[in-house]
Design a protein around this ligand. Sequence first.
Ligand code: HEC
Length: 185
Amino acid sequence: MKRAVVYATLATITFIVFVLTISLQSIGEGEMAFGGKEDIAFANKTWQAMAGYDKWPMKSAVYPGESPHGKFLRLYYNIVNVDKKPYHVIIKDNFGGEDATLEKVSESPKKYLAAVTVMVQREAGYDPDNNDWFWVKYKADGTVDKNPMGMALAGRVGKGMDAGCVPCHSKAQDNDCFFTNDKKM
Ligand code: HEC
């Protein structure tokens, strides 16, 4: 092979590798619907801001839940400050366990707590299609949970996908992504 051809081939390969690297990077850094660094940071700050939420006065009793949330649930509401800005926060404790009963969970909720799912209403424009909710699923110890693909469950979770908080909650009545107010008591 002529030297010029070798150089041209090498240059082409280098160029292709370069373009691939750049595009992979931009996919990684591009705006993801959820699970990005900022989403996780906001989720961690929210967890700190809601410390002691189990003693908030606005909370429900423990009640039997529906799929996909726990066997038993409890709701909490408050306004919390994150970075000195106030946000409406709705928390749902999800309880489970082989021997979980309404009585046992009500008596020792910490023992049966399986996950904490939270909706935080963000600034107008955060996600106008879905009432600007930020979604997060924490494990019982407050770390942000991940889906089977390893994506952190914080942000517009599931937006544009078949499954996740957003596609399911967007089926709630009146476009508020909120189920509890659909129940006619
Ligand atoms: C397959 C559907 C579905 C998915 C997925 C889902 N939810 Fe829910 N969620 C519900 C239903 C139904 C309720 C009402 C359950 C009840 O209170 O009995 C609910 C209730 C809630 C509530 C209480 C407020 C309300 O809307 O009534 C919060 C908070 C919540 N979910 C957070 C989340 C978060 C965060 C995620 C994702 C990590 C998530 N949910 C995923 C169906 C879903």
